[in-house]
Design a protein around this ligand. Structure first.
Ligand SMILES: [Zn+2]
Length: 327
């Protein structure tokens, strides 16, 4: 007996296999059958007609700022309408934890400015009384309709730590121990706080960024996200060196945002992707020679903005792994 059968859809299973007409049977909350349309004859508690639709695994949106919204909108609307079932927050250095009472107002107003969130909603929707990253995660535990994970943001770390590097490192380790997915930062001139001043992460020097990235290397399954001015304008050599250096220090891939392809600058994206080659070349050497028990070596990943695909705007990730760069 199946719980559910999804009939008449076109299955795109995410494996790279060609799309195909198939029915999908679910038993005990798991996919039990994928079979040609009309061939599932096991009884089912429910049937969903997917005629004219794609049936796919849920999309992972790795760059969101749902950190606050999830407190009053567990569905992360409208992402699920576009097929997204997993959202990653805390990007661009803008996590809501760690937090201390004297910095809650600053972080709230910064979020309102940098992500265009209504200040009234932020003030009414959250208690702003948590402390460490783990305590903040606990507030969302079991409350969201989507899967959600969060990076620990540089601006929150720097504000709470008073720019003390050792304190930042300690707080980041605590966050990663408590379940943060990694470390994020912004060095982009477009990111300013409520007073129009640079957000805290923009005051960091390269040594600080590398030191914080290195913390991530000690926590299995973690990652990096970073924004620099060149993500939009075209990378400078220094920026490529910095992003590759962070990836190397963390022994993790780094996700930068966002790769645009424009008819006004038809070859601009090629230099952007060359940053991935530089990171892959540096990270790849270490990986091949000395396997790392903590996870894969580094490499820069670009987040790619696609055009509209049947309505929703999808954000996907492209990557160049060392093996590809070596070909
Ligand atoms: Zn962002």
């Amino acid at each position: 007996m199946l719980d559910l059968v999804i009939t008449g859809g076109t299955v795109v299973d995410g494996s790279g296999a060609p799309m195909r007409a198939a029915d999908v049977g679910v038993r005990d909350g798991r996919i039990a059958i994928i079979a040609p349309t009309g061939t599932v004859d096991e009884p089912s508690g429910a049937t969903l007609d997917a005629d004219g639709r794609y049936v796919t695994p849920g999309f992972v949106d790795l760059h969101t700022h749902y950190d606050a919204q999830l407190f009053w909108d567990p569905l992360a609307t409208p992402s699920p309408f576009h097929g997204v079932t997993t959202v990653i927050g805390g990007n661009c250095g803008f996590s809501l934890a760690p937090l201390t009472p004297d910095h809650a107002d600053y972080l709230m107003r910064m979020m309102a400015r940098v992500e265009g969130m209504p200040l009234d909603a932020l003030a009414a929707g959250l208690a702003w009384d948590w402390g460490g990253f783990g305590e903040w995660l606990d507030r969302l535990d079991g409350t969201t309709a989507v899967n959600a994970g969060f990076l620990c943001g540089h601006s929150a770390l720097r504000r709470v730590a008073g720019a003390d590097r050792e304190v930042m490192q300690r707080l980041l380790h605590e966050a990663l121990d408590a379940g943060a997915l990694g470390f994020s930062t912004s060095q982009a001139h477009t990111h300013n706080d409520a007073d129009g001043e640079p957000v805290p992460s923009r005051f960091a020097d390269d040594d600080e960024l590398l030191a914080l990235a290195a913390c991530v290397a000690e926590h299995e399954g973690t990652t990096l996200e970073a924004i620099v001015a060149g993500c939009i304008n075209g990378f400078t050599d220094d920026e490529i060196e910095l992003l590759a250096g962070m990836s190397r220090a963390a022994r993790r891939p780094l996700n930068w945002n966002v790769l645009g392809v424009s008819a006004l600058n038809p070859t601009g994206h090629e230099r952007q992707l060359a940053a991935s080659d530089a990171a892959a070349a540096q990270g790849g050497n270490g990986s091949a020679d000395e396997p790392d028990a903590h996870g894969p070596a580094g490499g820069a990943l670009a987040q790619v903005a696609l055009r509209r695909v049947h309505g929703p705007l999808l954000l996907l990730r492209s990557e160049k792994r060392p093996a590809q760069a070596d070909r």
